[in-house]
Design a protein around this ligand. Sequence first.
Ligand SMILES: *Cc1c(COP(=O)(O)O)cnc(C)c1O
Length: 366
Amino acid sequence: MKTIDLRSDTVTQPTAAMREAMLAAPLGDDVFGDDPTVNALQDKIAATLGFEAALFVPTGTQSNLCAILSHCQRGDEYIVGQMAHAYRWEGGGGAVFGSVQPQPLNHQPDGTLALDDIEAAIKPDDAHFARTRLLALENTLGGKLLPFEYVKAATDLAKAKGLSRHLDGARLFNAAVAQAAQNGRFTKNGASNVPEVPANIDKLAINLEARRIAQCFDSVSVCFSKGLGAPVGSTLCGSREFIARAHRIRKMAGGGMRQAGVLAAAALYALENNVARLAQDHALALQLANGLTGIEGLQVEPPHTNIVFVDLVGEARARSAELIPFLKTRGVLATGLYRLRFVTHLDVDAAGVGVTVHAIQEFFKH
Ligand SMILES: *Cc1c(COP(=O)(O)O)cnc(C)c1O
């Protein structure tokens, strides 16, 4: 039985072509700045997103940490969402390693932070307060695309108030695909249950949207180990001066890697080959959501990208603890209890989504 692993888009295995690219990569010692593959990746992502420079780091967590500590000093604070990875899921690194205080704000239902809340959270210059220095947004957040007009308005507000702006764009290219689709830069392939990459998908249009989002910020972090399918690696982009600061912090955090090109090659391969195919993951997520809609006891949130959230409501909640173990007996892995999360990716296909839908139908039939 083939396992259908919908726990996360981090579970993907590097493809044969990606492994070949890793094998073939020219290498050097990146602590000396000598690794041509790391340098090529940094140059490419910086150019794609419109920044002067970029830094290859092992994880998205280290990337966000380098960003927070490069923007902020001890005694500064950053404004961030309650559910943002850079606040909630990174062990409080900014506070632990940098004495930088987070100022978390509640999200609106669409994932945004209300502009009024941001403005109210910016402290006056007064000895009582931490110095508000940075606004950190995340896009996509829980698979939701933040409306571009909102991103523009929030980052303009932050700039007008003298704050730096950081984007946790772990899934920036998923956001870009959704935004390109929204703008009609390519048309969805008719019925939502056709998991093909649209024939007229335009990688340049996607990169353009990624850049449009990224250019609202002073720094952007992108993960290659999520939907892009690389085993390891993130990059942080910003000005040359900002990246020089981040480089020092990466060293302090133990992130100075040697022949790291063997990993950067996978990220470079992903950037060149796996961006446009994210549309396929989005189509599969939609197929899954459509398949689950109408099952008694389930409330399905229509997905913007590759993450489907499903709430158990009414009597279904009484059986919630049995569902994930049941799915496991059918070869389907997912997470959650009252709120299930399914993530589509490179190693899931339409047949796997079909199996998942059937298994859940079967569970609720009894
Ligand atoms: C996964 C993720 C990260 C952190 O990435 P790691 O490589 O697991 O440290 C940061 N932000 C977001 C939004 C993520 O999804």
